[in-house]
Design a protein around this ligand. Structure first.
Ligand code: FES
Ligand code: FE2
Length: 366
């Protein structure tokens, strides 16, 4: 296994497989409601999600023990059970069969896999790997989602691209100049220096752009906090990846020269772009995102405007990523090349490759 400190030499691995011993966001909390069954494919596996009468979330394999009919097409019954739509078997929240129509004895092997679930930071997180390793402490840190110090909202997109391509996209924001030229893009993004640091689980890419004109998105946000603002700003993007697929981006602008790089952000506006990406198949993923801010917390108008603005921005990424995946599929022999701007993304690949190696049969036998 290559050491984390191996110099970057590989241009291969256009896209990667996904680790299983990890928490993936399966749904927003509000997507899984009482008395309903919700289906979503997580890391290649169809999962049915629902809530017990007490409100506790449950995740079962979405395939009946009997003949594999999708349980999500059945009914939510009893206090915590689901009934198969095909021949009526019932399973409880542990995945154990509790009733077999036309039979008085229940085959003890009649179970469907039940997956650990944690509800945190407005998402339901599921663990599809070894359940004995499912430690709720390791759910990714997305605390801005439900902190009283932050306000905002988000959504989710089904993207027709391997999750790795979306991680690449978020780790290198110079693409904003070209993909998002009407909202957040500006030439200074690729003209400014950036710094990459990492540890065993995280990668951080930091970029400051000093004394620049704010692009339209940020000028509007400044005016929400400082009505009538004109002038130049210091802009920052601090991208923090947490393996395998969560990225929080500390973003903002402050009046130029008022000390933001030194830590005084009082003359600026600060947001967090919250992203967690769940592999769906090798060529598709679920993109959960939100934009949280720490100013004008009371304004639902600003929440809605920011959500709509970011929805438009991420729609531009969605189109690019699907086109990129299609081109990768059409050019299987062409490898990726890496530029300086890909430094953060290359560290992301190394950390994910380490997780994959730890789950490989060779690692298990070692
Ligand atoms: S397939 Fe579910 S009861 Fe037959
Ligand atoms: Fe983008």
């Amino acid at each position: 296994m290559p050491s984390l400190d191996t110099p970057q030499t590989s241009t291969t691995n256009k896209t990667l497989g996904h680790p299983l011993n990890t928490w993936y966001a399966a749904a927003w909390d509000h997507e899984v409601t009482a008395n309903a069954l919700f289906s979503r494919t997580v890391a290649g596996r169809p999962v049915v999600l629902y809530r017990t009468d007490a409100g506790r979330p449950v995740a079962l394999a979405d395939a009946c023990w009997h003949r594999l009919a999708p349980l999500s097409r059945g009914k939510r019954v009893g206090s915590d059970e689901v009934q198969c739509p095909y021949h009526g078997l019932r399973f409880n929240s542990a995945g154990r069969c509790t009733q077999m129509p036309a039979q008085s004895t229940i085959n003890p092997s009649a179970t469907v896999p039940s997956f650990p679930v944690v509800e945190r930071h407005r998402f339901l997180w599921v663990w599809l790997g070894d359940p004995t390793r499912a430690d709720p402490q390791t759910v990714p840190d997305m605390h801005q989602m439900d902190s009283p110090d932050w306000a905002g909202d988000g959504s989710n997109l089904s993207v027709d691209a391997n999750y790795q391509l979306l991680l690449d996209n978020l780790m290198d924001l110079t693409h904003e100049e070209f993909v998002h030229s009407s909202s957040i893009g500006q030439a200074e993004l690729s003209e400014s220096d950036f710094e990459v640091t990492h540890d065993e689980r995280t990668v951080t890419v930091s970029r400051w752009m000093l004394d620049i004109d704010p692009p339209p998105f940020w000028l509007k946000n400044m005016r929400d906090k400082f009505p009538g603002f004109t002038g130049r700003v210091d802009r920052w993007q601090i991208i923090r990846f947490e393996a395998p697929s969560t990225i929080r981006i500390d973003v903002g602008v402050a009046k130029a020269g008022t000390g933001a790089p030194q830590g005084d952000r009082s003359q600026g506006v600060n947001g967090y772009v919250m992203n967690t990406i769940t592999p769906r198949t090798d060529r598709s993923c679920h993109y959960f995102w939100a934009f949280m801010r720490n100013y004008r917390l009371e304004s639902q108008l600003i929440t809605t405007q920011l959500k709509e603005g970011v929805t438009n921005v991420f729609g531009e990424d969605d189109i690019m990523l699907a086109a990129q995946q299609a081109a990768i599929d059409a050019n299987p022999d062409h490898e990726f090349y890496s530029l300086n701007i890909d430094a953060g993304g290359m560290w992301v690949r190394r950390l994910i490759e380490r997780m994959l190696a730890a789950e490989s049969p060779a690692a298990a036998g070692a």
